[in-house]
Design a protein around this ligand. Structure first.
Ligand code: RFL
Ligand code: PHB
Length: 390
């Protein structure tokens, strides 16, 4: 098989890149290791920046998001038994975020792809990348017991943190930066009304908690947990009790509990691989970088990476210029490092670390007090949360 761009991974970055390339008239094939149901079963991100909303609109898949998504102009920080609102909209000259699940973004992109008859090969096993340092890269995979090969001009590695693309780069050509946090997030999805109409990020001496949502009747909550914890050890009751303890009295009072629909533990990590281009292989999304979820930047960074990559490839094919692909890595990394900084800072501010101690707690309390009482500090927080300009 021949194509112009072979995309590895049908997560949000691979699917969005596929849609951007299709719109530019560029032929692409997506290879995905798992089944569509497996991909849709992963409950992850919930908050989309305006740039991400704009990209989805630009490829014509935004209709359901605008119908069902919730536009938020602020969020709350809970600490010391009270809640304080960060007025994102007021502080940033009108910018807001869209609360719409990653699962729904993925479903909209998948449905659009299927409706247009664009090629996605699910359950592709043993995907391997070849000759991307030359002019004729190839991708091999197995499906139903047979080996297949795709000849292409470019490979887009959109296969997440554990994918094969980054691992195919010779170690001497890549530099990685990493911080692993000494805790995880236990997340629960439930058909219960959200605690409040906006998100609540809570700093508590027992650990961090987050009240988020997917709709007016579906909640997504998280509590900071130990890396040794197993999901099976957390009954629904134990989760709700722990969440309630970490909220301010008013939120705790209005918390409506119910059976979990999904429950999972995610470790927290900051990670960046540099550069993001190796000859004719480009890395995008979680394949190149990870942020801890505090601040909701992961999916948004994935979207802006493929926004840059889609435009760069369109420039290459349609106006015969390599300028976009030559500057891809540098442009992405500037945005990525700023989001890494924000996510690391917000994580450090809100979580209980093993070495936080009494002094650390006082520092967090003083910083939170400053943050909610200084317009300058609140504005800094708000402009990062809504997303820095491209
Ligand atoms: P994904 O979603 O991991 O998709 C990669 C796809 O590649 C496939 N794959 C392969 N395919 C072929 N061959 C191989 N060898 C392959 N290896 C892997 C995988 O099966 C998969 O389908 O990466 P992508 O597309 O770059 O998307 C990144 C986002 O998923 C991620 O950044 C966000 O979920 C992060 N994130 C959040 N981001 C936000 O912007 N806002 C949020 O509110 C937010 N909340 C979160 C989050 C991540 C979380 N977890 C679980 C880490 C909340 C949580 C709890
Ligand atoms: C979510 O709704 O899953 C979510 C929201 C905000 C975050 C992280 C996750 O910072």
């Amino acid at each position: 098989m021949k194509t112009q761009v072979a995309i590895i991974g049908a997560g949000p970055s691979g699917l969005l890149l596929g849609a951007l390339l299709a719109k530019a008239g560029i032929d692409a094939v997506i290879l995905e290791a798992k089944s569509p149901d497996y991909v849709l079963g992963r409950i992850r991100a919930g908050v989309l920046e305006q740039v991400c909303v704009d990209l989805l609109d630009s490829v014509g898949v935004g209709a359901r998001m605008h119908r069902e998504g919730l536009v938020h102009g602020g969020f709350e920080l809970a600490f010391g038994g009270a809640r304080h609102r960060i007025d994102m909209k007021g502080l940033t000259g009108g910018k807001q975020v869209m609360v719409y699940g990653q699962t729904e973004v993925t479903r909209d992109l998948m449905d659009d792809r299927a409706a247009k008859g664009l090629a996605t090969i699910y359950e592709a096993a043993n995907v391997s990348l070849h000759d991307f340092d030359g002019t004729k890269p190839r991708v091999r995979y197995q499906k139903d017991g047979a080996t297949h090969e795709i000849e292409c001009d470019f490979i887009a590695g959109c296969d997440g943190y554990h994918g094969v693309s980054r691992a195919s780069v010779p170690p001497s050509a890549i530099q990685t930066f990493e911080r692993v946090y000494p805790f995880g997030w236990l997340g629960v999805l439930s058909d219960t009304p959200p605690v409040s109409h906006e998100l609540i990020y809570s700093n508590h001496e027992r650990g961090f908690a987050l009240c988020s949502m997917r709709s007016p009747t579906r909640s997504r909550h998280y509590v900071q947990c130990s890396l040794d914890d197993k999901v099976e050890q957390w009954s629904d009751d134990a989760f709700w009790d722990e969440l309630r303890r970490r909220l301010d009295p008013e939120a705790a009072e209005s918390l409506v509990t119910g059976p979990s629909i999904e429950k999972s533990i995610a470790p927290l990590r900051s990670f960046v691989a540099e550069p993001m281009r190796f000859g004719r292989l480009f890395l995008a999304g979680d394949a190149a970088h990870i942020v801890p979820p505090t601040g909701a930047k992961g999916l948004n960074l994935a979207a802006t990476d493929v926004g840059y990559l889609g435009a760069a490839l369109a420039e290459y094919y349609n106006v015969r210029s390599s300028a976009g692909i030559d500057s891809y890595s540098q442009r992405c990394l500037r945005r990525i490092w700023r989001a890494e900084r924000f996510s690391w800072w917000f994580t450090s501010l809100m979580h209980k670390f093993p070495d936080t101690g009494a002094f650390g707690q006082k520092m967090q309390a003083a910083e939170l007090d400053y943050l909610v009482n200084s317009v300058a500090a609140s504005t800094t927080m708000a402009e990062n949360y809504v997303g820095l300009p491209l």
